[in-house]
Design a protein. Structure first.
Length: 157
């Protein structure tokens, strides 16, 4: 019988990361992800920014990972996907896309970002997803963009 381990060559630890949150946002339990921040006192319209790392086979295209993230919202009413774009955050290239859809009481928006880390026998796709809706959608979306732009991965050399 084989012995499996974590961390290990096929199951590396996620990278260290840091970001600056908006003044009216808090870090909350990540619920299975690496990190989660939410806007304070928003009730059912609570915006969020969630970061995670997905361990993948080497060579998995970040566009495939991005497509999986977007597909979670594709069946929503009024779904629209903007063209994907590349952004440099702290010297690292990220692929990103914005999507919108309609809720019964107004629009919702999500920003998805992906970058890939070579981890030897595997790669890790670091993903960030920010979501906003409700009466403060524009303000919350701007905060999500600002927080995403502050994101730094601290990857071992």
């Amino acid at each position: 019988m084989a012995t499996l381990s974590h961390p290990g060559a096929l199951s590396p630890l996620p990278p260290a990361l840091r970001l600056t949150v908006a003044e009216d946002w808090d870090q909350v339990p990540a619920e299975g992800a690496i990190l989660r921040a939410e806007g304070r006192d928003r009730g059912p319209d609570t915006p969020s920014l969630v970061l995670d790392a997905l361990t993948q086979r080497p060579g998995t295209d970040p566009a495939v990972t991005l497509r999986t993230l977007v597909d979670a919202d594709r069946e929503r009413r009024g779904f629209q996907e903007d063209p994907a774009f590349t952004i440099d955050l702290a010297g690292r290239s990220w692929t990103a896309v914005n999507v919108t859809w309609e809720l019964t009481d107004g629009p919702a928006v999500a920003l998805h970002l992906v970058t890939v880390l070579d981890r030897g026998e595997v790669q890790q796709a670091v993903v960030a997803t920010g979501r906003a809706q409700g009466s403060r959608i524009e303000e919350d979306y701007a905060a999500i963009q600002d927080m995403a732009e502050s994101l730094v991965l601290e990857v071992d050399a």
